[in-house]
Every structure is written in structure tokens, then in C-alpha cells.
Design a protein around this ligand. Structure first.
Ligand SMILES: [Fe+2]
Length: 212
């Protein structure tokens, strides 16, 4: 006898999820305005792990009111996410904010995460179909046995391609690894702003208390 899960109707516990939030954030005009503002900011070329790419200072959030306002708007959104996750904290603040500006069709960003922060976020100012962020399954054990699946689903995939949407923001746990691939398309117009965000909180758990 072969059971069918849909007939058994079990309760399925989707344990320990890696939550990636993706929401509209800026209008088209705002995207163009911030892109234009980047023209006046000094940029530096990055090493081979992420090229051809230019980045601004990682203190963009402290540069002037334009960027401070954007930084505050990011914090407003992340506060709603911290509420959604029932996180007890005093406040949230951005430790780093910088722009990533692709400088050629072969632009890629190798697998990485964002150390020394809690949340990370990406604002998609400009790009196209191939400018998507790819998030990777953080569970080391998935590499032990890897059978084929007849149909890719959210529950058996090990990578998720977040579609590019101009003006949107994605927010994710800073430890969640991700990549950008040009996928054979011209990705040279991709411009994003990245933020790293930390909470101020006090935890009084026995043997692991912390105030930051
Ligand atoms: Fe990143």
C-alpha cells in the first residue's frame, strides 16, 4: 500500500526558516534621483571576487542628508520586520551602507555573507532580469546526499533566485549566503545599495547575558 501525503493530511512543521523579505520601497523617480546622486561620490574598484564592480564608501549613511534619509527609511522597514519576528530591542541602526555599481557585462558577486551585523538589506536601484540575488541554503548537511527531484519546489531547492524588481528592497539574515551571477546577460547596468543593520538590545539569559 502506498500512502499519498495529500490524503494523509499531516501537519508539516517548516522548522528553522531563513526569512527573506522582499517589498516595494522606492518609486522610479526616487531610484533615478539616488542613481544620479551617486555620480558625485568617489568610487573604488573591487578585487577579483566581485568584478567588474565599483563601490562607494561604506559610510554612505553618514555622508549627507540625502543618504541619511534613505538610511532612516531602511531602518523603518527593518523595524517592522523585527516586530514581525517579535525581536525585543531598544533600537536598530545601520553600521554600513554602500552602493554597488556594476561596470561591465560580466559583473558577478561570488558567494558571501555579511559579518558583524544582524540584518542585511539590498535596495535595487537599477538592473534587469539578470540582476537578481541568489540566496543559498545555509544547511551544511544538504551536501551529504543529493538525489534528483522530479519537480523543483520551495521545499527541495538549495538556491533561490530573488527576481529583480526596480525600487524594491530585500531584507535577510546577515549570515545567509548569496551571489550575483550575470547568467550570460548584460548585467552592466546593475546598481544596488546595501545596508548592514544591528540592534541595540539587552538580554539577561543565564550564562549568555549581553548588552550591546
Ligand atoms: Fe551581499
Amino acid at each position: 500500500m502506498r500512502f499519498i501525503v495529500s490524503e494523509l493530511k499531516p501537519h508539516i512543521y517548516e522548522l528553522f526558516p531563513s526569512l527573506v523579505y522582499h517589498t516595494p520601497f522606492l518609486t522610479k523617480d526616487e531610484c533615478e534621483m539616488y542613481t544620479k546622486c551617486l555620480d558625485d561620490i568617489e568610487k573604488e574598484s573591487l578585487p577579483c571576487s566581485q568584478r567588474p564592480l565599483y563601490q562607494t564608501t561604506d559610510k554612505l549613511h553618514l555622508l549627507n542628508n540625502t543618504w541619511k534619509e534613505l538610511s532612516n527609511k531602511v531602518i523603518d522597514v527593518i523595524n517592522s520586520i523585527a516586530d514581525h519576528q517579535h525581536m525585543i530591542r531598544d533600537s536598530l541602526y545601520n553600521t554600513n551602507m554602500w552602493a554597488n555599481i556594476a561596470a561591465g557585462p560580466g559583473y558577478f558577486h561570488e558567494l558571501h555573507s555579511h559579518p558583524n551585523c544582524f540584518f542585511s538589506s539590498i535596495i535595487y536601484l537599477r538592473g534587469n532580469e539578470s540582476s537578481k540575488t541568489i540566496f543559498h541554503d545555509p544547511r551544511a548537511q544538504i551536501k551529504v546526499l543529493r538525489p534528483d527531484y522530479s519537480e523543483p519546489t520551495r521545499l527541495n531547492t538549495t538556491a533561490f533566485k530573488l527576481p529583480f524588481k526596480e525600487g524594491s528592497i530585500s531584507i535577510f539574515p546577515a549570515w545567509l549566503t548569496h551571489t550575483v551571477l550575470s547568467e550570460g546577460n548584460d548585467n552592466s547596468d546593475r546598481i544596488t545599495i546595501t545596508c548592514n543593520t544591528m540592534p541595540h538590545f539587552e538580554s539577561n539569559k543565564r550564562t549568555s547575558n549581553l548588552k550591546i
